[in-house]
Design a protein around this ligand. Structure first.
Ligand SMILES: Nc1nc2c(c(=O)[nH]1)N[C@H]1C(S)=C(S)[C@@H](COP(=O)(O)O)O[C@H]1N2
Ligand SMILES: [Mo]
Length: 358
C-alpha cells in the first residue's frame, strides 16, 4: 500500500527543519508555532525506522472475546470524531539539556497541533470485547529495522515499533483516543502514519503509534524497547519512570529568538500546553530575577490543543532577556533547570530568549 511517490514524499518534507534524512526526522520551522493549527507541511516528523509498507489491515486480538480485522473503509464506516491535538516529542528540547544526552538533537520545535479525524479506539475495542484479565493494549506499527538498544548499548538487527497503553486508559471513552486516518482534512500522509495511526491526546507523542497494524489485549505489562528501554525517565537519583503525559510548557513565538525590534509597544505572543490540564497562568519575566507579570492566556478551545497567550510590552532600547513560565490546572509549574535524565526526555525548562530593542 505505497501509492505515494518519492517525489511527493520529498515535497511534503521541504518546509521542515531536517534533523536526520533517513529515517526522516524534522522539526517544525520556528514560524509554524505562530499558527494555532500547524499545516501538515510544517508538522514535525519523528520516525524511528524507514517508512514501512502497510497491508491495509488492522488486526485486533489477544485476550478478547472476538478478534476482528478492520480495513480503512471499516474504520471510515464507524462514527467519526475530529479533534485538534497538540503532539510533542518527548525528546523535544533535548539540545538544551546539559550534559547533553544521547538521542536526536531536537531544538524546541518537535511540537505541533493538527486536526486529527478517525474512529474512536473505544469503539474498535468494543467490537473485540477485551477479557476481564486484560491489563494493557499492545499497539504495533508496521515499521521495523536495525536499532540501537538503550540498555545493553548494542544494535539489534530487526526490531518493530511496539508500544502499550494501560487498558483502562485505552478503553476509557473520556480519553478520546483516536485511530486517525485524516490529518487537517486530508488522508494521512506516509510520514504521519498512513493509512491510520493512534492519536493519544495529552501523552507525549510516542504513544501515538503510526502505521498501526495490530492491537492486542495483553494480560501482563508489556516489556519492549520503546516502552521499557527508551522513553523512560532514567533519573540519576530516584527510580526510573515511564514517559507518559506532556509536561507543562510555554514557548515564545514573538519576538522570534535573537531578533531586533523597534522601541515602543510590542505584543509578545506564544503558546502553552500541558498533558495534565489546561494552562491557568503564563508569567513573563524580563530579568533573571523571578518577577513574573501575568500574560493574557486564551481559554482552551478544546481539551487537547495548546493555548495562545499574549503580553503587551513597552519595549525600551537595549537588550532584554525574555522568559515565559506556564502553570497548569494541576498546579504544575515549569522549572528553571531541565529535569536531567539519561536519554533527555521531557525537558520543559523555562525558555530563555532575548531581544534587541533599537
Ligand atoms: N510506528 C511508529 N509510531 C510512532 C513512531 C515511530 O517511530 N514508529 N514515533 C513516535 C514518536 S517518538 C513521535 S514523537 C510521534 C511523531 O508523530 P509525527 O511524525 O506524526 O509528528 O510518532 C510516534 N509514533
Ligand atoms: Mo517522540
Amino acid at each position: 500500500m505505497s501509492v505515494t511517490s518519492t517525489d511527493a514524499i520529498a515535497a511534503n518534507r521541504a518546509a521542515l527543519a531536517m534533523i536526520k534524512e533517513e529515517p526522516f526526522n524534522a522539526e517544525a520551522p520556528h514560524a509554524a508555532l505562530r499558527d494555532h493549527i500547524t499545516s501538515t507541511d510544517e508538522h514535525y516528523v519523528r520516525s524511528n525506522f524507514a517508512l514501512p509498507e502497510h497491508d491495509g489491515a488492522l488486526h485486533v486480538g489477544g485476550a478478547v472475546a472476538t478478534p476482528v480485522s478492520l480495513t480503512l473503509d471499516d474504520l471510515r464506516a464507524m462514527p467519526a470524531v475530529e479533534h485538534a491535538v497538540t503532539l510533542e516529542c518527548a525528546g523535544n528540547g533535548r539540545l538544551d539539556t546539559k550534559p547533553l544526552p544521547t538521542g536526536e538533537p531536537w531544538g524546541g520545535y518537535a511540537v505541533s497541533t493538527a486536526y486529527w479525524k478517525g474512529a474512536r479506539l473505544t469503539d474498535v475495542l468494543a467490537q473485540a470485547r477485551p477479557g476481564a484479565d486484560g491489563v494493557e493494549l499492545r499497539c504495533e506499527g508496521a515499521d521495523h529495522g536495525k536499532y540501537h538498544l538503550s540498555s545493553v548499548l548494542d544494535d539489534v538487527d530487526d526490531l518493530t515499533f511496539v508500544r502499550s497503553l494501560p487498558l483502562a486508559n485505552a478503553a476509557d471513552p473520556a480519553a478520546e483516543i483516536l485511530i486517525a486516518y485524516e490529518m487537517n482534512g486530508e488522508p494521512l500522509r506516509p510520514d504521519h502514519g498512513a493509512p491510520f495511526r493512534l492519536v493519544v491526546p495529552h501523552w507525549y507523542a510516542v504513544a501515538s503509534v503510526k502505521w498501526l497494524t495490530r492491537l492486542d489485549v495483553i494480560t501482563e505489562p508489556f516489556v519492549g524497547e520503546f516502552q521499557t528501554g527508551h522513553y523512560i525517565y532514567q533519573w540519576p537519583d530516584r527510580p526510573f519512570e515511564p514517559v507518559t503525559h506532556m509536561r507543562v510548557r510555554a514557548r515564545i513565538t514573538d519576538p522570534a529568538p535573537t531578533s531586533t525590534i523597534p522601541a515602543g509597544t510590542y505584543t509578545i505572543r506564544g503558546k502553552a500546553w500541558s498533558g495534565d490540564g489546561a494552562i491557568t497562568e503564563v508569567g513573563l519575566s524580563f530579568t533573571g530575577e523571578s518577577e513574573w507579570s501575568p500574560a493574557v492566556v486564551e481559554p482552551p478551545q478544546t481539551p487537547y490543543e495548546w493555548q495562545d497567550w499574549s503580553y503587551t510590552w513597552e519595549a525600551t532600547r537595549g537588550r532584554h532577556s525574555l522568559r515565559a513560565r506556564a502553570t497548569d490546572a494541576a498546579g504544575n509549574i515549569q522549572p528553571d533547570v531541565p529535569p536531567w535524565n539519561r536519554i533527555g526526555y521531557g525537558n520543559n525548562a523555562i525558555e530563555i530568549s532575548y531581544v534587541d530593542v533599537r
